[in-house]
Design a binder for this molecule. Structure first.
Ligand code: UD1
Length: 421
């Protein structure tokens, strides 16, 4: 297994190209199960999660061609040849549950293992399931699998999500495109990835309105067709690299960066001392004064994203005061705190709150992370820490950050990847 070694203290200067969004691509790919013609996705990120979704879709009969070194994916599902998403693949990635809605909508049957994924809380899929039930699906949970049937097809329904779950909104939106009649989904998630999915489905012939608002209205159609769609910019990769020059010093341009994808995050980053400017190609970020403390509450979009909480905590460890971070989306999402403490941070965690007292310096240490965003928060901390930080278990990073070492070292960071003995 590989490890990443960061030597802190070098300011960053240069530009970083932001990839297509992992989380958008992971929901756009299963949309290819909805029709017989190919779906072409451009601007796809090259990540292990995308490889896992490819493996899953291939196991269901979808043919996936990866072109332009993985930047373009052509997904053709002339026929779904197997309707079971097996535990072996699903356990690696929670987003696998997103094949359930499309398979059920197209063929009236689907079996899916209950998912695994990052170890951040219980993460049930009850909302996905009750929404599908509202659309007439018959569900049976046996031996860790959900067996779903809709022998006469799904039927349009009105369903209010008890919580604006991103994945449930995506699953139900895809399912509703082929349901008979009209589906009204209330209290849906409004993340940019949902808007991206709705735009792709519309290009495939779906009749959808309301994306980006609290209510989605979908008039079912008989059939969808092939389309070409460009995956939206990865706002979490963007936010992560926006923090890099604030924590390490310097000035970095984020190519393809868009402030409108991350307004709440940008406001907090500015409050912490960043200067963010829009350029012709994206955004530049720099910092002049000290890092200032900021209180953060993670919320559903357009609130502060939970997927940037760990990275922001790394930054606030260096502030000149006390910050309180409240995690409202996931329980148990402060696993990075003990590792940051090992580097000298002063953090106290009580339930869903973390109090971060800024310290004048962190010291590099061997650290290990248990999920994707926690891992990258340790890399960010390492960019500003004194000495050497060695981050193990980098397979988490490979799930969500394409060419992380190359992107940061191109800006002058002292960072290398090595094989671990
Ligand atoms: C997606 C993102 C993930 C991000 C999260 C929140 C992908 C592939 N992943 O995950 O990076 O952190 O949105 O922005 O897009 N919940 C239930 N029942 C359900 C579904 C969810 O209780 O049926 C709960 C979860 O346990 C969690 C919360 O709702 O506490 C948010 O989950 P959800 O919005 O569904 O996140 P994901 O789609 O899994």
């Amino acid at each position: 297994m590989d490890k990443i070694i960061v030597k802190g203290g070098t300011p960053l200067h240069g530009s970083i190209e932001i990839a297509g969004a992992k989380n958008a691509c992971l929901t756009l790919m299963p949309a290819a199960l909805l029709c017989a013609e190919p779906l072409t996705l451009t601007n796809a990120p090259r990540l292990s999660d995308i490889a896992t979704m490819t493996e899953l879709l291939e196991s269901l009969g979808c043919e996936v061609a990866s072109l332009q070194e993985g930047r373009v994916l052509v997904l053709g599902t002339a026929k779904i040849s197997n309707h079971t998403a097996h535990y072996d693949i699903v356990r690696k990635m929670r987003a696998s549950i997103l094949v359930l809605g499309p398979m059920l909508a197209r063929d009236g049957e689907a079996v899916c293992s209950l998912p695994g994924g990052c170890a951040i809380g219980a993460r049930p899929v009850d909302i996905h399931l009750s929404g599908l039930e509202a659309m007439g699906a018959e569900l049976d949970l046996r031996e860790g699998y959900v067996h779903a049937k809709a022998p006469n097809g799904l039927i349009g329904a009105e369903y209010e999500l008890p919580f604006a779950s991103v994945g449930a909104t995506e699953n139900l939106l895809m399912a509703a495109t082929l349901a008979k009649g009209t589906t009204v989904l209330k209290n849906v998630a409004r993340e940019p990835e949902i808007v991206d999915l709705a735009e792709c489905l519309r290009a495939m012939g779906a009749n959808i309105s309301g994306e980006g608002s609290h209510t989605l209205t979908i008039h079912g159609v008989k059939k969808l067709h092939g389309a070409t769609h460009r995956v939206v910019t990865d706002r979490i990769e963007l936010g992560t690299y926006m923090i890099a020059p604030v924590i390490a010093g310097g000035e970095v341009e984020l190519i393809g960066g868009r402030r409108d994808l991350l307004e709440a995050f940008c406001t907090k980053l500015e409050a912490a001392g960043a200067t963010i400017s829009e350029t012709e190609n994206g955004l530049t970020v720099t910092r002049d004064g000290p890092i200032k403390p900021v209180d953060i509450v993670t919320e559903v979009h357009p609130g502060f994203p939970t997927d940037l909480q760990a990275q922001m905590m790394a930054l606030l460890c260096f502030s000149d005061g006390t910050s309180v971070l409240e995690e409202k989306i996931f329980e148990n999402r402060f696993m990075h705190a003990p590792e940051l403490i090992r580097m000298g941070a002063d953090i106290e965690v009580h339930g869903g709150h973390a109090t971060v007292n800024g310290v004048s310096a962190l010291k590099g240490a061997p650290v290990m992370a248990t999920d994707l965003r926690a891992s990258v928060s340790l890399i960010l901390a390492g960019l500003a820490a004194k000495g050497e930080t060695v981050v193990s278990r980098v397979y988490h990073l490979d799930r969500g950050y394409e060419q992380l070492v190359r992107k940061l070292s191109a800006c002058g960071a002292d960072i290398v990847r090595e094989k671990e003995a």
